[in-house]
Design a protein around this ligand. Structure first.
Ligand SMILES: [Zn+2]
Length: 311
């Protein structure tokens, strides 16, 4: 049927138009908040370094009865506890002189943030044991296990950020030297594999090294004979190395996290429908289930270490 026929007034297109207009305005307002010109084709009057202005924190929504309102006007669902969300801090809106963060569903934020531009990608920070203090969170709430990302989401967010930045630099012909040492790179990429041999990393924090080679390791192996080791990035990372088309997909981060969370549910829920049980059977072998159960854990801050260091 011809949707432009006269029988039905064009309600859907006009609603879509209104939604688009909201998104355009929200995009402009986010750009202003970052110190960028509203029009992306205009050069900024003075370059705003990403250390100034808001940070886009990726975190887990803490317990609350109704959840948090998503700041994207056209979004009608609240962000419920336990979901990944973006906290723009400081937020655009001040309340009695106090600037509280603006919360968004990850997918809603991707509608207004242009993650094919470095200015935006640089501001994304995962809330973890290493970063929560910069997010101005209540320590006791964090130590209760709130806000912090699980190991899988942490590794996937950091790898998303690196992969997108690499594509942006390739597109713009910018050469950035990676100053990560080979031993650290090896640990980040290969921990968990049967072929991985830990190397000495001078001056590294022992607590962090232990986490990276256990809870946070991206690989899971059945041993030295295993030719199909499980890899977190291979399974869930939506950004494809060397493929510029990946930059056109606005929802890479949300899709990556969605896929990860979906598989956590599949691997761990005792309450799966028959359909999901079938999917689990098809998609997850015991090695994958083991890997997911390990990576769904949230690495907590090293409180004992902090005491030892007298902090
Ligand atoms: Zn939303």
């Amino acid at each position: 049927m011809d949707s432009s026929s006269n029988e039905h007034p064009a309600t859907v297109p006009s609603e879509a138009k209104e939604e688009n207009e909201h998104i355009i305005q929200a995009t402009k307002s986010l750009r202003r908040h970052m110190g960028l010109p509203e029009d992306p084709t205009e050069n900024p009057s003075s370059a705003t370094p990403s250390s100034v202005g808001p940070t886009f924190w990726l975190e887990v929504a803490p317990p609350s009865i109704r959840g948090a309102k998503c700041r994207l006007d056209v979004c009608t669902t609240n962000i419920m506890p336990g979901k990944y969300r973006i906290a723009v801090n400081p937020g655009c809106h001040s309340f009695r002189g106090h600037q509280s963060p603006d919360y968004y569903h990850v997918g809603c934020f991707e509608k207004i943030a242009d993650f094919s531009q470095e200015d935006f990608v640089d501001r994304v920070q995962p809330v973890t044991r290493n970063t929560w203090q910069f997010r101005n969170l209540n320590a006791s709430s964090v130590l209760d296990g709130n806000y912090l990302l699980d190991a899988g989401a942490e590794r996937l967010t950091i790898s998303w950020k690196q992969a997108v930045k690499k594509l942006i630099n390739e597109r713009d012909g910018v050469e950035i030297e990676d100053d990560t040492s080979e031993a650290v790179r090896d640990l980040l990429d290969n921990a968990g594999s049967s072929k991985f041999v830990p190397r000495e990393i001078p001056d590294a924090d022992a607590f962090e090294l232990r986490l990276l080679s256990s809870t946070l390791a991206p690989n899971e192996s059945d041993g030295s004979e295993d030719t199909e080791e499980w890899n977190l990035f291979y399974e869930f990372q939506m950004v494809v190395d060397g493929d510029q088309k990946s930059l056109d997909n606005r929802h890479n981060l949300d899709m990556t996290l969605y896929l990860w969370r979906d598989h956590v549910t599949l691997a761990t829920s005792n309450n799966l429908s028959e359909e999901l049980k079938e999917r689990k059977e098809k998609e997850l072998n015991p090695k994958a289930i083991r890997a997911i159960k390990r990576l769904m854990v949230t690495p907590m801050p090293d409180i004992q270490g902090a005491f030892r260091r007298g902090l």
